[in-house]
Design a protein around this ligand. Sequence first.
Ligand SMILES: [Zn+2]
Ligand SMILES: [Zn+2]
Length: 206
Amino acid sequence: MPTVRSEKGGVITADSTRSRGENIDILPMGEVDRSPFDYLALGLRIRFGRRVEFLPDQPLPEEAFDRTRGQWLARELLRSIKPRPSTWRTLAVVGVDLFAPGLTFVFGEADPTGRRAIFSIDRLRPERAGEPADRELLLGRCLKEAVHEVGHTISLGHCRDRFCVMRFSNSLADTDLKRDNFCGRCRRLVARGTAGLAGTAAAPRR
Ligand SMILES: [Zn+2]
Ligand SMILES: [Zn+2]
């Protein structure tokens, strides 16, 4: 059984005998910048010990668009994701601005019972905040957001360790401070999650 050593030194087992049903599917929705995809796939594979596959594009469902706000309702987009029966988790990636009721915006959202999660590249782009383009920074932010949301789908809540990827991000400053990997405590929970524990929390998480 081959193992993959994450950069913090933790070992996650990557079992090459896993069935097809153990994949993480990445689903591009609408027009989305695919340049971070290969980096995302590698990072997710290492952290969760899963094969990563890319699904064909799916259009954004119009009913999720709020014309008054000019934003897309994350919960509605999540609901439109129909995971393949054979897959472990489905992660949608969008390029539009997401929101949730009561919040100005959200970076992403996860449905812990539905094995699906979503995040947007939009607010992770430095240019959006008037900063110069920075590809490495963008890749790092995308991976943190992706790992965070998939983490929620295996019942991980928010972590108090400010460097842990499961720390809640209220702003990009929070995102940039944390690492793209789990703290020791969360990593142990992930190891249990990858052993097949299903999510139990019903409410969506961000
Ligand atoms: Zn943690
Ligand atoms: Zn969260």
